[in-house]
Design a binder for this molecule. Structure first.
Ligand SMILES: Nc1ncnc2c1ncn2[C@@H]1O[C@H](COP(=O)(O)OP(=O)(O)OP(=O)(O)O)[C@@H](O)[C@H]1O
Length: 488
């Protein structure tokens, strides 16, 4: 729909160098780049406010052949800054967007102009300010009025220079959701400058990354938001991950300062075992991956509790129960990983391994009343009953994402081996069990010191984790069996 061919543009000298690309009808197209890379210059070149070399072609017509009114009917602009020096009402400001449609000598707004102004004020949520002066509005409210003005032009293409500037996060989302909907439903083509790489990632179909007036990358967000491109163009360390709940890349910067908290040494001295719980308190947050009831998944936590519950314990909301327990013990729930067990927590088994360049602390509580052979699991009812093997693995080292996943596998294999060697049987199938139906696991790393790239069975980390989990699991299961035998 809009075709840019060998575009050069600038002021006293060229800022943009030989840009060629097309933007399709209905596409949401993001323009990224550091300060001064030429983003605003590009929008000015596209809407005809800067002299250009090369061509900008809309629907087959070069804009150099179009009058200002013709261009304005095809394309509307929401600039970065607006001069608001004299008082006009919101409605008057929005109606100015109808200017490209005025005909004849006696310029008056028609019924259609008022209808459209009404419609776009509704869409942008500014109707209630219609009779107010622009001067009386906040920066974000004015931004929405100017968006309404641009929409009143009924353009096929909307050019936006940092559209979410001045908007709080809920209005940012509202505006971008609306733009996305108009692009998807009405075929509106949106070309928008973004400084927020994550908003660009989530809302744009394709991104153009400008570097000193030239195209550094132009593709889907997954290709453009790539560490190599970004760190070179922005000259800054940046991390790129998968968005936690949306299939788009998610970027974040890592501050250069170190916080003042003490080092996170892993030590059995930080472990407390009482009649009611096993509790570990780290000196600073640890990066965790767990299947815990309270705060599962990836996160940074510094308190860990494994709460003793009764065998008959049944609860509709186990996470809620653990929140109450955490509060009762004075833990901050957003910092706490919580598990529960019906096994006697005083039977917890601990193994501490000191290697030359890292340490590992394993803590296991075990009850095998709900033992299951994973191969015969369909014989069991789907019910979360306490009677479980809970495994904590604390590692003083810097684990890669791969090492987290591999340590989890290594620890699980070691647990299965312990259960098998202790000859625990699945009571329903009579075959050797591989665990219990509600086992839980935590891998926690200090993320400081030695980089531990791998955690598989024969990696240096795996060689510490595997035997430690095996030993702790066997010991905890033995204590559980002894207790059972003695009928305690
Ligand atoms: N009116 C002007 N006259 C001369 N040079 C200008 C003018 N406007 C911008 N420039 C220069 O053109 C270059 C690109 O500016 P532009 O505003 O396009 O960058 P940008 O990528 O939009 O930056 P920002 O992220 O800071 O908004 C800069 O070096 C700037 O100094």
């Amino acid at each position: 729909m809009i075709d840019i061919q060998h575009l050069y543009a600038g002021y006293d000298h060229d800022i943009l160098h030989d840009l060629s690309f097309s933007v399709n009808k209905g596409e949401m197209f993001g323009v990224l780049g550091p300060n001064g890379s030429g983003k605003t210059t590009l929008l000015k070149a596209l809407n005809g406010t800067l002299p250009i070399r090369g061509d900008v072609v809309i629907q087959g017509r070069p804009i150099r052949q179009m009058t200002a009114k013709e261009t304005a009917r095809e394309m509307a602009v929401l600039p970065q800054h607006h001069d608001v020096s004299f008082s006009t009402t919101v409605e008057q400001t929005v109606l100015i967007g109808r200017y490209p449609y005025q005909k004849g000598l006696f310029k008056q707004w028609t019924k259609e102009d008022y209808r459209i102004a009404e419609e776009v004020m509704e869409q942008t949520g500014v109707t209630r300010f219609r009779h107010q002066s622009l001067l009386s509005l906040s920066g974000g409210e004015r931004q929405r009025v100017f968006l309404a003005q641009a929409l009143a032009q009924k353009p096929g293409i909307l050019l936006l220079d940092e559209p979410t500037n001045h908007l709080d996060f809920s209005y940012q989302k509202q505006m971008l959701d609306a733009l996305k909907q108009w692009s998807l439903k009405d075929g509106l083509t949106v070309i928008a400058i973004f400084h927020d790489l994550n908003l660009a990632s989530m809302y744009c179909d394709r991104l153009l990354l400008l570097d000193q007036g030239s195209i550094r990358a132009l593709d889907e967000p997954e290709e453009v938001l790539e560490v190599g491109h970004l760190s070179e163009v922005y000259q800054s360390e940046i991390h790129v991950h998968a968005h936690p709940s949306f299939s788009k890349p998610f970027t974040n910067v890592v501050p250069s300062y170190q916080d003042q908290k003490p080092e996170a040494v892993i030590s059995p001295d930080h472990l407390e075992v009482s009649e009611s719980r096993v509790y570990y308190k780290s000196l600073r947050p640890l990066k965790c991956y767990s299947s815990a009831v309270l705060n599962p998944g990836f996160g940074w936590f510094e308190e860990f509790m494994n709460i003793q519950v009764d065998h008959s314990f049944r609860c509709e909301d186990p996470a809620g129960y653990l929140i109450t327990e955490a509060e009762r013990y004075g833990c901050q729930t957003y910092r706490t990983v919580g598990m529960m067990t019906a096994a006697k927590v005083t039977d917890a088994s601990t193994v501490f391994v000191e290697k030359e360049d890292f340490t590992v602390l394993v803590v296991v509580t075990a009850g095998t009343g709900n033992a299951v052979d994973v191969v015969h699991n369909n014989r069991h009812m789907q019910e979360a009953v306490p009677g479980t093997i809970n495994t904590w693995v604390f590692i003083d080292g810097h684990l890669s994402e791969q090492a987290f996943a591999q340590s989890l596998m290594t620890a699980t294999e070691a647990k299965v081996k312990a259960v098998t060697d202790m000859d625990i049987k699945d009571p329903l199938s009579g075959t050797t069990a591989t665990g219990t139906s509600t086992d839980s696991i935590l891998i926690a790393g200090t993320q400081q010191g030695t980089v531990l790239e791998y955690g598989g069975t024969i990696s240096s980390l795996g060689r510490a984790v595997g035997p430690a989990v095996y030993k702790a699991s066997k010991e905890a299961i033995a204590r559980y069996l002894d207790r059972k035998e003695e009928g305690i």
